[in-house]
Design a protein around this ligand. Structure first.
Ligand code: C2E
Ligand code: CA
Ligand code: CA
Ligand code: CA
Length: 279
């Protein structure tokens, strides 16, 4: 019986190591996560400074795995990209964000911009902009209170098609934010070629503020270039008052980070909005 048992698993061990096996199991589970409704969105507040007014949220996807509990998107998004599942997960995220926006509007709450992360692979899909237009048309909410976040490292060199997609998305009224600004290798050519509305200062540049001279220079230069180009800026990963004050002194208008709030379930955002409306 022992050797038969061994044979059953011959395909996985010792030929495949434990990590590859775990990955395969995770991939299978991810395929079913959507139909089993295991995904949900949390929303991290974005605050207009210096008054600290809630003006937007970033939608962040979470996977409630039946056995493993919550799995970080940092783990399953790359897997989703490798397996192609990112298309259906990305669709779900956009639909769910639209549904939530419609619910907040129906409740009569003040408007909030929802930022949605978009994988570069979604942009490569033929007529991505047309697809996005359809999602908004179906959900009946206006794209004007939405922003798409795209990471420059994932974009690689923007092609003519990418530029056309961005132009169409802008025409719909969507905001377009360059995520993790400064971590890719051709940030400046993106600024020139894409119709962006916002830059997000990556949290790797915020973490060691105000003490680290390189990070201080990079954050200051990003704020300055954004101002000159007429772009909005969000600083992400703001965790300390010293970081906030450094950014405030340089007129950073929007901040996001654990100092103010962690990503929260939609119900907690509803409460924040309601209390702000009555303040
Ligand atoms: P990101 O787009 O850079 O999102 C910000 C990440 O920083 C989030 O991690 C957030 O929880 C975390 N964060 C926020 N404030 C702080 C802070 O003050 N300190 C620190 N140390 N971290 C902070 P999360 O939720 O684990 O998401 C990780 C990444 O997964 C995201 O990075 C994004 O690239 C990706 N992701 C999340 N949701 C989606 C999605 O719906 N679609 C796609 N394509 N990617 C997503
Ligand atoms: Ca993001
Ligand atoms: Ca980021
Ligand atoms: Ca340094």
């Amino acid at each position: 019986a022992k050797s038969a048992g061994r044979n059953d698993f011959r395909f996985f061990t010792p030929d495949m190591n434990n990590r590859a096996y775990a990955r395969l199991m995770l991939e299978n589970a991810l395929r079913h996560a959507l139909e089993r409704e295991e995904l949900e969105l949390d929303y991290q507040p974005q605050w207009a400074m210096p008054g600290q007014r809630l003006i937007g949220v970033e939608a962040l996807v979470r996977w409630n795995h039946p056995e493993r509990g919550r799995i970080s998107p940092a783990e399953f998004i790359p897997l989703a990209e490798e397996t192609g599942l990112i298309q259906s997960i990305g669709d779900w995220v956009l639909h769910e964000a639209c549904r939530q926006q419609a619910a907040w509007q129906a409740a009569g709450l003040p408007p909030l911009t929802i930022a949605v992360n978009i994988s570069a692979l979604q942009f490569r899909r033929a007529d991505f902009a047309g697809h996005v237009r359809q999602v908004f048309a179906d959900s009946g909410v206006s794209p004007s209170h939405f922003e798409l976040e795209i990471t420059e490292s994932a974009l690689m060199q923007p092609s003519v098609e990418t530029e056309a997609q961005f132009a169409s998305l802008r025409k719909l009224g969507l905001g377009l934010a360059l995520d993790d600004f400064g971590t890719g290798y051709s940030s400046l050519s993106y600024l020139k070629r894409l119709p962006l509305t916002r830059l997000k200062i990556d949290r790797s540049f915020v973490r060691d503020l105000p003490g680290d001279p390189e990070d201080a220079a990079i954050a200051t230069a990003t704020l300055s270039i954004a101002r000159d180009l007429g772009l909005e800026v969000v600083a992400e990963g703001v965790e300390t008052e010293a970081q906030r004050d450094f950014l405030l002194e340089r007129q950073c208008a929007v901040m996001q980070g654990y100092l103010f709030s962690r990503p929260l379930p939609a119900t907690a955002i509803t409460e924040l909005l309601a209390s702000q409306a009555h303040a």
